[in-house]
Design a protein around this ligand. Sequence first.
Ligand code: PEP
Ligand code: MN
Length: 341
Amino acid sequence: MIVVMKPGSTSQQVDHVVQLVKEMGLKDHVIVGTERTVVACVGDDRAKDIGRLEQSGGVDRVVPILASYKMASSEVKKDRTVIPLGGTLGGAVGGTKIPVMAGPCSVESKQQILEVAHAVKEAGAVALRGGAFKPRTSPYSFQGLAEEGLKYLAEAREQTGLAIVTEVMSIDQIPAVVEYADVLQIGARNMQNFNLLAKIGLTRKPVLLKRGMSATLEEFLLAAEYILAGGNTQVMLCERGIRTFETDYVRNTLPLAIVPELHKRSHLPVVVDPSHGTGKSHLVPDMCRASVACGADALILEVHDDPEHAMTDGAQSMNFKQFAEMMKSIKRIAAAVDREV
Ligand code: PEP
Ligand code: MN
């Protein structure tokens, strides 16, 4: 349930409500909005006596949260969440501006990541993506450069100011990734790794949570809820395509209707990944434009200096020229929907 405070209620009144919530054995999350403060109470609130809360000073009303996900729900927070990305270029996800995060699927070498970083920055990206720990379907495929890759990413940030987005696959990798990265990516295959999600919830770094390839919208939001429930409020929802019966012309099917639907149900920003969402680089620019048109708050894209020889995901990676052209074209689409790139 949420306790909606009256406009102008005092901090003492909010503190008192928090105290009552704790006494009820529930977890409190105070959300200060532009007009009023609400106290979200999470936990099993069936059979709790809400009368005491309703009578408490400064309280306007107490209302149940109907959605199964609570902290992620727009019932709890009407203002959209805006998440600064880090780095020194000032990108944030969830505002009018649509930041673009771009880079190779995997960090392959120091020279490669630096070259890609400079190129994507030049074209207008504000964050650099690149996996140092790679979730690979086969144990014999390239598994990533691990900590060495994280160091190269940090050097790329040093040289360009780009924020660093990189995947954390397991609990034991959290300290290293937190040390080097600005945004922690949770991959599609880990969307329901609940132990990992709970531990990520205890960090205070922005999180890019990718939708599992067969996850429903409800499961996606409940995965976000695990992170939010730990106290980490900076979660971006990333649609990266789902598995369907189609295996030929696309690798995954990109269901863009989820963008407005997530915006309706949640205050969290929505990122689209047309690279994994299609698996084919020639489809990516059109899907970038479509994503911006339907309300995406950011894009994450795979860009490689030499896609033909990429160690991972070459077929869906744009080269520098394709990326730069795509960036120009989304500016026009953004303007048409009152946004900016
Ligand atoms: C990636 O971003 O390279 C990646 C592995 O993505 P996903 O988890 O969406 O497959
Ligand atoms: Mn990839």
